[in-house]
Ligand binder design. Structure first.
Ligand code: ADP
Length: 196
């Protein structure tokens, strides 16, 4: 199975590109969604998070307060590493199961921090969605209602565009229209099918 790791900075267009592949009936695995799944109420990981950070890390409905957790780990690299050590193996197991069940000719795994975290041997090719920083800021602002400063702070915790481009096997340039984006996805769809 050809497994493509799809990555890119905040607001670069990863989800938009992933949706275009999904429209072609290609299996798309979203690791952000898996991270949410493994920390649902009743999951062992949520108990461990509460043990470490206290009941205050839960919302009134007993689900994880992700915004709060994000703030804590953003401010403390030790806590971030603790959380990664807890969640990454669980996410990988889920990912492996979904890959094994894939029926499409290849699959796309969306991993926002693919290049910031340990390499995953399941990923055979790296597809980078690239956008100019001003585009990233504009799109993330429109979508998340964050300030320019907040978006820049996130951009500076991620690898640089140059580092991402250097690691890429394939690149989608998302500085134009959605039509231009769809054309690039179609070309890669042809390429990836030809691998099988
Ligand atoms: P990411 O998943 O990388 O954070 P998204 O795919 O969610 O980025 O894109 C961020 C926002 O920008 C979304 O609201 C999306 O609809 C919009 N967007 C992405 N690419 C384009 C484009 N080429 N033209 C117009 N809007 C776009």
């Amino acid at each position: 199975m050809l497994v493509i790791g799809l990555t890119g900075g905040i607001g670069s267009g990863k989800s938009t590109v992933a949706n275009l592949f999904a429209e072609k009936s290609i299996t798309v695995i979203d690791t952000d969604q898996l991270a949410r799944d493994v920390t649902l109420p009743g999951q062992a990981a949520l108990h461990k998070i509460v043990e470490k950070f206290g009941e205050g890390i839960l919302l009134p409905d007993k689900t994880l307060n992700r915004a709060q957790l994000r703030k804590i780990i953003f401010a403390d690299p030790h806590k971030r590493r603790w959380l990664e050590k807890l969640l990454h193996p669980l996410i990988r197991t889920e990912m492996q199961q979904l890959i094994a069940a894939t029926k499409s000719p290849y699959c796309i795994v969306v991993i926002p921090l693919l290049l910031e975290t340990e390499p995953n041997p399941l990923i055979k090719r790296i597809l980078v969605v690239d956008a100019l920083e001003e585009q990233q800021i504009w799109r993330a602002k429109m979508r998340d209602n964050l300030s320019e400063g907040e978006i820049k702070a996130i951009i500076y915790t991620q690898v640089t565009r140059e580092q991402r481009l250097a690691a890429a096997d394939d690149i989608i340039y998302n500085n134009g229209t959605l039509e231009e984006l769809a054309l690039q996805v179609e070309k890669l769809h042809q390429l990836y099918q030809a691998f099988n």
